[in-house]
Ligand binder design. Structure first.
Ligand code: 13P
Length: 251
């Protein structure tokens, strides 16, 4: 049985006070639902405080949205994987499409980030997903396979097992255009098959694959019901406590 996971990618939203209030409401609202792993991924400044607030509840963890691809050094304004881990984060998003698009992150850089995350015992949440034109021209399988191959397939099986893959079709992010359950399942099973081809069936069955892209309280249930969808990476809907709590209860 794979874990059920709901991760909240807050992106560049919330002040410290708003972040504290939102996490407190989510903590009290989630009651005894310990079956679902909840990962809150705030702006990195808030990691220490949110790790403190959630430390009594083992079903909650904190993550970061990005790190730099060097271990440490003279890179003003950047954050290292080791610094992120030392503040109490357990997860690290790598390769989000917004970072690939606005910050020109390359596959080589992402590979280095994956290695650094694993070195510092952070679980990578590696994001993949096709652009609208790749979907429309039926190149979406190739696009996603390339993203996985280029950045993950240098890893040994013992490391690949630890990684969470998030399938986030770019045309669905922040657009209200959610992938249908059929589209999500088709891609998730394709991703699992690609892992199987390289690492065997046992490893492929263990990997958690999350769906992201306009996932909300209304559509989460049918998406999470798909055989290869193990949960969601939620953007906009994770900023509102009620909405996020409903998503957590959608398995
Ligand atoms: P939305 O849920 O706002 O579409 O964002 C998804 C996302 O990018 C999560 O990483």
């Amino acid at each position: 049985m794979r874990k059920k996971i709901v991760a909240a990618n807050w992106k560049m939203n919330k002040t410290l006070q708003e972040a504290q209030a939102l996490v407190k409401t989510i903590l009290s609202g989630s009651g005894s639902n310990n079956e679902v792993t909840k990962i809150i991924i705030p702006p990195a400044l808030f990691i220490t405080e949110l790790a403190r607030l959630t430390k009594e509840n083992p079903s909650f963890s904190i993550g970061a949205q990005n790190c730099y691809y060097a271990e440490s050094g003279a890179f003003t304004g950047e954050l290292s994987a080791s610094a992120i881990a030392s503040c109490g984060a357990k997860y690290l998003i790598i390769g989000h499409s917004e970072r690939r698009q606005y910050f020109n992150e390359t596959a080589d850089q992402l590979k280095l980030k994956i290695n650094l995350a694993l070195k510092h015992k952070l679980i990578p949440i590696y994001c993949v997903g096709e652009k609208l034109n790749e979907r429309q021209t039926n190149h979406y399988f190739t696009a996603v396979k390339n993203q996985i191959q280029e950045v993950l397939f240098h890893l040994p099986a013992t490391d690949i097992e630890k990684i969470i893959i998030a399938y986030e079709p770019i045309w669905a992010i922040g657009t209200s255009l959610t992938a249908t359950p059929e589209q999500a399942q088709e891609m998730h099973s394709f991703i699992r098959f690609a892992i199987m081809e390289n690492y065997g069936a046992d490893v492929s069955k263990k990997i958690n694959i999350l769906y992201g892209g306009s996932c909300n309280a209304k559509n989460a249930k049918e998406l999470f019901a798909c055989a290869d969808v193990d949960g969601g990476l939620i953007g906009g809907a994770s900023l509102v406590a009620d909405e996020f709590l409903q998503i957590i209860n959608s398995f």
